[in-house]
Design a protein around this ligand. Structure first.
Ligand code: F6R
Length: 366
């Protein structure tokens, strides 16, 4: 049932090109310039009239929410707040009638996310679910929603759920942007085209598997690891760090690259691996100077770059190349080598990759 792979996690990492396609099939019509999702279409006015969008989730799904915050605000100009469901539900949050709350959950059973939904409904918000498991509690409790069609995710560490959540959320943002006119026609069409070819680019990103394996060999015994990114790739840094800590038990932290000099830089020495996400689009020059700061303190640099990159390659100890795409879609590609890197490190350390200690696939208790 692992389809020839050693672990479910690896199988699920490799399924990503196909499941991203499954997720946009019938919804994304790039040539016609149409995005069609029943749950969004039926409630378009609610989204368009929203003063703001609240996103609640936990763990990796919360990271997808952070990526969505950047995408929604950029594409639709609707203010977005992203909250840990567990914090949101216990702090007497301000929820108004016109608010739209998006709950993201792979399992659809996470207790804190479910409780946040109930609270938001009581206060009159419109609640939209992005779930993977069909018929799950969250999919039933929400007013409307859109499924990610990732198929069953067995590995405890979330991989394909994350990229398909981002796919769904990107399509929602694009649909709203079209209705609001907040993206130019040419940008809208370009994003549709780019999203359509993402699966092929994910396949290319997966072809870096051997590079990740080589890097894993070098750093498998590190006690700590830092992940840095900016903009759309800041949440990817958080997700990369979470993947490493949960399956390899190496302490890892994700940080916005610019925040490094406000504290974490003190940790950098010749023993500290620093994974920097530095695609060409985005705040490239800023990230390059962050890399220089790490290098001058002898940190070991592993960089995720755009294919053909020269500048970072000169500075970094190791580079992993992913195909070029626009800044907003880059998390779908930059995430892939980070999943593979944690996977290989965990395997080399003899960890139980599919069932890490102390973790459950769905957290049905708060
Ligand atoms: C990390 C992971 C967890 C889940 C979190 C939320 O790899 O799997 O952090 O993302 O427990 O779960 P769902 O998405 O099912 O609500």
């Amino acid at each position: 049932e692992k389809g020839g792979y050693d672990h479910f996690m690896l199988k699920e990492i490799y399924e990503q090109p196909n499941v991203i396609k499954d997720t946009y099939r019938g919804r994304l019509h790039a040539n016609e310039g149409i995005i069609q999702m029943a749950g969004v279409e039926d409630n378009l006015e609610k989204f368009l009239n929203a003063d703001r969008i609240l996103i609640v989730a936990c763990g990796t799904s919360w990271h997808a929410g952070l990526v969505a915050e950047y995408i929604f605000e950029e594409f639709t100009r609707i203010p977005v707040e992203v909250e840990y469901a567990s914090e949101f539900r216990y702090r007497n949050p301000i929820i108004n009638k016109g608010d739209v709350l998006i709950a993201i959950s792979q399992s659809g059973e996470t207790a804190d996310t479910l409780a946040a939904i109930k609270l938001a409904k009581e206060k009159g918000a419109f609640v939209f679910g992005v779930c993977n498991v069909v018929g799950s509690s969250i999919s039933r409790e929400t007013h409307a929603g859109a499924y990610t069609h990732a198929g069953p995710e067995i590995g405890v560490a979330s991989t394909k759920a994350f990229t398909t959540q981002i796919t769904v959320l990107t399509m929602i943002a694009l649909r709203l942007a079209k209705a609001k006119g907040t993206l130019s026609n040419s940008d809208f069409h370009r994003y549709l085209q780019e999203l359509e070819v993402i699966p092929e680019k994910v396949t290319e990103a997966l072809a870096t598997n051997d590079v990740s394996k080589t890097i894993a060999e070098k750093f498998k015994d590190a006690p700590n690891c830092l992940y840095l990114g900016r903009g759309y790739n800041f949440p990817v840094a958080l997700e990369g760090a979470l993947k490493l800590k949960e399956i390899s038990y190496i302490h890892a932290e994700g940080y916005p690259a610019a925040e490094m000099k406000h504290g974490p830089i003190a940790l950098i020495d010749e023993l500290m691996p620093v994974v920097v996400i530095a695609p060409k689009q985005g705040h490239y020059d800023k990230v390059v100077s962050n890399i220089q700061e790490i290098k001058s303190r002898s940190g070991k640099i592993i960089a995720v770059v755009t294919k053909g990159d020269v500048q970072v390659r000169e500075l970094a100890d190791y580079v992993i190349e992913v195909p070029d795409t626009s800044d907003a879609l880059s998390p779908l590609l930059t995430t892939i080598p980070l999943q593979l890197l944690s996977y290989h490190i965990a395997v080399m350390r003899g960890c139980n990759v599919d069932q890490p200690r102390n973790l459950a696939k769905s957290v049905t208790v708060e």
